[in-house]
Design a protein around this ligand. Structure first.
Ligand code: SF4
Length: 353
């Protein structure tokens, strides 16, 4: 396994091979109704050239985690504790001027909606060129040439001419390609892609995923790929971390998590996912209930109000005792390893087809 995440409760020392190391991260927001604990004790590492898929429903803390890594949270309302080391640099305590040198240079983000990330007032070429001038000290001419080169790399036809266009003159798929070009223009070590294909149709989605994989080979960036859809990252990620209500509930290599998932929440995500090869007569089974409020999260296992397996654990343990994630391949659940294996093979797998 390339991305090693350790025990959320007792975070292990950072993996020596990692260039991004997140340790015991806690992020909370002050609201009128109280404190929202959006991320609650998260630890993971990422190595250069590898992809970590972070999966979970809305409100699981996946996007907050990644905005926090880039220092894009509002410090007035947000409390951040823990450690985020990027190439040895601590980001939580870094000054804004230091974070500005990191963003767009060492680390960059691709958002779900390029229209909100690209300015409508400037040409696409200028927006790609700008971070190259800012971080690399390039001249206007050299940065423009680099922008045209990047547009060509991401597959925009006639890039010299299209660089002069404004974002509204691009299709949705082309805008997403332009945002990828902007994110990669300074050859960042870390690329965070937050649901980058959700707004695109299936064909364009597949093209963008292929493009990201090709560019990763060329640039060697580590990628954090955030999605609510396990299917999207099946052949994109080296490792998967499943998040629920602010913490990781399962992690492993992509193969391990998709072939032998161990956590009832991951089973629920897989059960609710449409598959091209499954029996059409087999109905999809949504996870019952809704994600909990992080103002007043449930006691014990945060998934217990929605979990149909807690009676197998026995007693009141799921309600009173919070399960923690163990090291390496792990799931935060009180079921024994044998129970997880048997339930998956006998009850879950047949439903997945
Ligand atoms: Fe379900 Fe209990 Fe496991 Fe939580 S700890 S996922 S409630 S069985």
């Amino acid at each position: 396994m390339t991305t090693l995440t350790k025990d959320a409760g007792t975070p292990a020392p950072a993996d020596a091979g990692a260039f991004l190391s997140v340790r015991d991260l806690h992020v909370s927001f002050k609201t009128e109704d109280g404190v929202v604990r959006a991320v609650d004790g998260l630890s993971f590492d990422l190595a250069r050239g590898k992809t970590l898929g972070i999966v979970g429903e809305s409100g699981s803390g996946k996007s907050v985690t990644n905005l926090t890594i880039l220092g894009l949270h509002n410090p007035q309302f947000t409390t951040v504790e823990g450690e985020i080391l990027l190439d040895g640099q601590e980001l939580i305590t870094a000054r804004e001027s230091e974070l500005e040198k990191v963003r767009g240079n060492k680390a960059a983000m691709i958002f779900q909606d390029p229209l909100t990330a690209l300015s409508p007032y400037y040409t696409v070429g200028r927006q790609i060129a700008e971070p190259f001038m800012k971080h690399r000290g390039a001249s206007k001419r050299a940065a423009w040439d680099r922008a045209v080169e990047m547009l060509a790399k991401v597959g925009i036809p006639n890039p010299k001419e299209r660089a002069k266009d404004y974002p509204h003159q691009f299709s949705g798929g082309m805008r997403q390609r332009a945002m990828i070009a902007m994110a990669l223009v300074c050859d960042p070590d870390l690329l965070i892609a937050d649901e980058p294909t959700t707004a695109l149709d299936v064909t364009v989605q597949a093209q963008i995923l292929d493009l990201l994989k090709d560019l990763q080979q060329e640039f060697g960036s580590g990628i954090i790929f955030i999605t609510h859809d396990l299917g999207v990252i099946a052949d994109m990620a080296d490792d998967i971390m499943v998040m629920y209500a602010g913490s990781a509930v399962e992690r492993g290599t992509t193969d391990e998590v998709l072939r032998a998932p161990q956590h009832p929440y991951t089973w629920g995500l897989l059960n609710s996912m449409p598959r091209l090869d499954s029996d059409l007569a087999m109905p999809l089974t949504p996870i019952p209930g809704a994600p909990p409020s992080l103002l007043t999260p449930p006691s014990g296992c945060r998934f217990h109000p929605r979990c149909t397996f807690q009676d197998r654990v026995g007693g009141n343990r799921c309600v009173t005792e919070r399960p923690l994630l163990g090291p390496d391949r792990a799931s935060a659940c009180h079921l024994t390893a044998d129970q997880k294996h048997t339930i998956f093979i006998e009850e879950i797998k047949p439903r997945l087809g």
